[in-house]
Ligand binder design. Structure first.
Ligand code: DP6
Length: 314
């Protein structure tokens, strides 16, 4: 009873920030994301009567992983312990939503190892309980999460968009997003954000449908700044950006004025996601080389969702 699954991280175009129910991870608002081809987690889970205790990869949130394994043990009424090993293709906890790819891969691997036949919708529900954004890493390509489940809006082949992640800091983030979510209500700007979101969601869906890159870019930047405005006005305030983050945000505006169609978005960390169309990727990279303070760069296309790559049922 052993299976290996691969899942992509995802970049939120419309962000998930704040929960209606923090135990069940029901979000305050729908969110929309794109799966990332170069940021994946590969996880192997094996259940056996021979194991005396759960063994999970060092450095990951052990308690949260075991809690997730328990959810699968409860529904299958098994007491088998598990061995779990996992590997990320990108730095953990740097705001690249490693919990998203992590819990999506764990959900797929654990359910396959136990021989469970869940629908995609059910799998997104399970992944969500591990980490909210993980439910968006199960379906393919461009994904919308509303309430308890997520679904694909378009497959990864729909539009050749790129997400160039500019890593400006590899170190672990100081405040986890889970802790930050719980304080969202302390921001005086939350109600305005929630009132503005329905219109922003209509616009991003329209931009995705018609492949209107300018509209797409304007919405993702507006949304990124709005979420960070809420984060920065929480009590205590959450500032995820560093000086290089701000330099890049300014530079992107200048590059656009010079005719380069590129926009930014940022999750819960200092790293900047530069989004452009495939045909402009080389130009963005060339221009980016002028910035000081960049540690590394990860090139992503839109990607399929989580999938099982190996299974041993005996
Ligand atoms: C800023 O999914 O990490 O990246 O449900 O507590 O695990 P938990 O939170 P998490 O939050 C992600 C927040 C974000 C925005 C987003 O990905 O939508």
């Amino acid at each position: 009873m052993k299976a290996t699954a691969v899942a992509p991280a995802n970049i939120a175009l419309i962000k998930y920030w704040g929960k209606k129910d923090s135990t069940l991870r029901i979000p305050l608002n729908p969110s929309i994301s794109m799966n990332l081809s170069a940021c994946t987690t590969t996880t192997t889970v094996e259940f056996s009567d021979d194991f005396e205790k759960d063994v999970v990869t060092e450095g990951f949130d052990r308690q949260r992983i075991i809690q997730h394994l328990d959810r699968f043990r409860t529904i299958t009424q098994t007491h088998k312990k598990a061995r779990m090993s996992t590997k990320n293709s990108f730095p953990t906890s740097a705001g690249i939503a490693s919990s998203a790819s992590g819990f999506a891969a764990l959900t797929m691997a654990a359910s396959a190892a136990l021989g469970l036949k869940f629908s995609e919708k059910e799998l997104t529900g399970f992944a969500r309980l591990g980490s909210g954004s993980a439910c968006r890493s199960i379906p393919d390509g461009f994904v919308k999460w509303e309430g308890e489940a997520a679904h694909s809006l378009y497959p990864e082949t729909h539009w050749d968009l790129r997400d160039i992640i500019v890593i400006v800091e590899h170190t672990e983030k100081k405040v986890s997003s889970s802790a930050g979510h719980d304080l969202v209500h302390t921001s005086p700007n939350l109600q305005k954000r929630l009132a503005d979101l329905p219109n922003r969601i209509v616009r991003i869906e329209e931009a995705l449908r018609t492949k209107n890159f300018q509209m797409f870019g304007e919405v993702i930047e507006e949304e990124c700044l709005d979420m960070h405005h809420v984060m920065q006005t929480q009590n205590p305030p959450l500032f995820y950006w560093n000086d290089t983050t701000k330099t890049i945000m300014d530079a992107v505006r200048t590059w656009r004025k010079e005719g380069l169609p590129v926009y930014f978005t940022i999750d819960a960390g200092p790293n900047v996601h530069l989004m452009c169309e495939g045909m402009d990727e080389r130009r963005v990279l060339e221009t980016l080389k002028t910035i000081v303070g960049i540690e590394s760069i990860i090139f992503n296309k839109s990607a399929p969702g989580a999938h099982v790559i190996e299974m041993h049922l005996f």
